[in-house]
Unconditional design. Structure first.
Length: 728
């Protein structure tokens, strides 16, 4: 094994590391060892080192030396667009020409591929999903066969399904190696691999893999855990303490909805006095890039981000990382807090836990574990598709034929591809004929590991012992020890940060957030399958754009929803008042003013819709009606769109006979008779009327879509849906 660089190689390494880290910088011993090894044919190197250690310097130096010696370009498999952008910029500083092929630069692909074939590009960065695409394989990988100078697998913990961020497409990286020259050196890097993940990744790379592992504790980070707070109190704490935190930083949240809500909460307290913005995977690539640049330039106090801003985002002077809600894994938490304090002596890290976080941990433990019955159903559907002569089936086709939701189908197909049971081909997926079996022992082990990780996070949030030691021990760091700096070691929180938020701040935020409502976009297509109808929903059967009163786990509504489900009259009045406020903000966009409020109870009275509808009808002087639903076992999370739509169609059709699809309520609580003057036609008909369809809770919108079609079929002029709660 080579360990040192000499002569021209040492000179080139010095030039590159100086360009990356400044004059006088030199490679660490393990960096030099890794580079020297990668200059040997067929080398396999796995680097497990702390965030900020300089893992990327290894592949820039190795690439620069290999290119100077006539080797082909390096291929870097990188998981995130933000990470690719940082790496392209770093490559340029190292004197290398880098390019990336991703969803944000499709128009540039042709030119980049031509430059790659001409040898004008030193480094190509791609995502694992792009690497698994068969068209990409034909156009790009085949062109690199026998010429690739270096393969780099960045954030390599994602290769292992024992890891905290397993991505099935990453497992196909090893297949790429078999298509290329076996003499091509391979480097894998990560900061977040415990011993089991390290062993798994090393085994996938090959028996001769050199593993370079160092201590993972970060002396620049001051870790803190605050006392448990309610979700809305956490928002208030961030709003009150943001100015006290050093420099600029990242506030992590668990959901996309939380990102925008927390930004709105901060603005409710500070106006435009504190510059913050939401950063999620739902933003387009240019917007995300602009926000990253603004944070690097300290033009933002903070980005309120989901995990989309994570691996590889590099701002050396990031002053703080705050978590509003705890990730389910200490490994993923370590990875995110590692964004801070890379080139400064002190950075503040704070975790704001809540009892509600445990639900996320429980979901995480089993979310990616395959269901053997569902897997066999997908394979049977693919086999049936093959018998028709079509050969390949798309995810939407499999959703319709199996009754499994599309997002689940897409994950399952990737897992089956890892096991060789299916292949991705033009037009979709096909079965390979390789038998698939459920490895119960393996997956039971994964679930057990994830539950142990959740227990570690519980210990972390309780502050059982040194926080840094808990994190580094979870990564099997043999040098894990008490840090002496965290809130547990110090026995206190930093000045000011331990104070509970002022109740006035909590009230201000709750009031502001309750003033927001979310647009409820109507579904445009019927799902086919068990439902029967497929294709575009005709205009005379469609709902208008609606509104959602409470979106996902809105913290400003947590207590009120719980009380309403228990039948508390005051909470139901709050929801009724909020519904009236939503209607007032929405009215300028109505196609016509509603004349009838039709209530639709979708759950077993867990969130009573009738009192809210009564309140709206009384204030708006509208007629009241009920759209009956035959109650029975409700569709589960894994029910397909077609099966759910069919369920609601049948449940509404099976309910007691009514006039014009609804049953009108004859009580005149507001003292004003309903009648011909209040609707477009007399009696119980909805013909010609604009209907406000008020429902309690649905995460998919299918019951509202089916109900709107039923009301339109009964003659309603328009249907305006208002949903009390749309769970995540």
């Amino acid at each position: 094994m080579a360990t040192r660089l000499t002569g021209i190689r040492a000179q080139r390494a010095s030039e590159v590391i100086g360009a990356l880290a400044g004059p006088g910088a030199a490679l660490r011993d393990d960096q030099e060892t890794a580079v020297a090894e990668l200059l040997e044919p067929a080398a396999r190197v796995l680097v497990v080192q702390a965030t900020g250690w300089g893992k990327s310097a290894v592949y820039w130096v190795a690439t620069a030396i290999r290119r100077s010696e006539g080797a082909g370009p390096a291929l870097i498999v990188s998981p995130l667009l933000s990470l690719m952008r940082d790496q392209v910029a770093a490559a340029e500083r190292a004197g290398l020409r880098a390019a990336t092929l991703n969803s944000s630069n499709f128009d540039e692909w042709g030119a980049i591929e031509q430059e790659l074939r001409a040898g004008e590009i030193d480094v190509l960065l791609v995502s694992p999903e792009r690497l698994a695409n068969p068209a990409f394989g034909r156009r790009v990988l085949d062109a690199l066969t026998g010429t690739l100078g270096l393969l780099v697998i960045d954030e390599a913990h994602a290769v292992s399904d024992w890891g905290h961020d397993f991505r099935p497409d990453y497992r196909r990286v090893s297949e790429v190696l078999t298509r290329l020259n076996p003499q091509t050196p391979v480097l894998a890097t990560t900061a977040t691999a415990n011993a089991r993940v390290t062993d798994d990744v090393a085994a996938q790379l090959g028996a001769a893999t050199l593993v370079l592992r160092g201590p993972l504790a970060r002396r620049s980070l001051q870790l803190n855990v605050l006392p448990s707070m309610s979700p809305i109190q956490r928002y208030a704490w961030v709003a009150e303490n943001l100015d006290r935190l050093p420099g600029s930083g990242i506030v992590y949240v668990l959901t996309v909805a939380d990102a925008q809500r927390l930004v709105d909460a901060i603005h409710a307290v500070h106006g435009d006095g504190v510059r913050v913005a939401a950063y999620t995977g739902q933003l387009d690539a240019d917007t995300r890039a602009g926000l990253e640049v603004a944070l690097r330039r300290n033009e933002m106090k903070a980005l309120v981000a989901t995990s989309a801003l994570g691996m590889g985002f590099d701002k050396p002077d990031l002053g703080f990382v705050v978590h509003v809600g705890s990730p389910p894994s200490p490994v993923s938490y370590y990875q995110q807090v590692g964004r801070a304090g890379r080139a400064i002596d002190h950075a503040v890290v704070a975790l704001l836990p809540s009892e509600s976080d445990a639900g996320v941990w429980d979901y995480f433990a089993t979310a990616t574990i395959p269901d053997p019955r569902q897997m066999e159903g997908v394979l049977d559907a693919l086999a049936a598709e093959s018998e028709t002569g079509l050969g390949a089936a798309s995810a939407p086709t499999l959703e319709a034929t199996t009754g499994i939701r599309r997002t689940r189908i897409e994950l399952m197909l990737k897992q089956l591809a890892v096991d060789g049971a299916v292949d991705r081909v033009d037009g979709g997926w096909r079965a390979t004929g390789v038998p698939w079996h459920y490895d119960a022992e393996h997956y039971d082990g994964i679930i057990a590991v994830r539950r142990r990780e959740a227990d570690i996070m519980r210990a972390y949030t309780r502050g059982d012992r040194c926080l840094m030691q808990l994190l580094t021990e979870s990564l099997d760091d043999p040098e894990a020890a008490s840090c002496g700096r965290c809130s547990v070691c110090q026995g206190r929180l930093p000045d000011g940060l331990g104070e509970a938020p002022d109740q006035a701040t909590v009230t201000t935020i709750a009031r502001a957030l309750r003033g927001h409502s979310h647009v409820l976009e109507p579904r445009k297509m019927w799902p086919g399958g068990a439902f029967g109808l497929r294709g575009r929903i005709k205009p005379d059967a469609a709902a208008e754009p609606g509104r959602t009163l409470v979106y996902a786990d809105a913290p400003e509504w947590t207590d009120t929803l719980a009380a309403a489900r228990a039948g508390d009259a005051g909470a139901l009045d709050e929801l009724g008042t909020a519904a009236v406020g939503t209607l007032a903000r929405w009215k300028d966009e109505w196609v016509a003013r509603p004349q009838v409020v039709v209530s639709l109870q979708l759950t077993d009275a867990a969130l009573p819709v009738q009192p809210v509808a009564d309140h709206v009808a009384r204030v708006g002087r509208l007629r009241r009606a009920v759209l009956p639903v035959g109650f029975g076992p409700r569709p589960g999370r894994e029910t397909s769109a077609a099966e759910e739509a069919a369920y609601w169609r049948d449940a509404m059709a099976a309910a007691e006979p009514v006039d014009g699809a609804v049953r009108f309520i004859d009580d005149e609580a507001d003292g004003t008779p309903g009648g011909p003057g209040r609707g477009a036609s007399g009696g119980g008909a909805v013909a010609g009327a604009t209907v406000l369809l008020l429902a309690d809770a649905t995460s998919t919108g299918w019951p509202l879509t089916v109900a709107a079609a039923r009301l339109r079929d009964a003659g309603a002029y328009a249907v305006l849906p208002l949903l009390i709660h749309k769970p995540a």
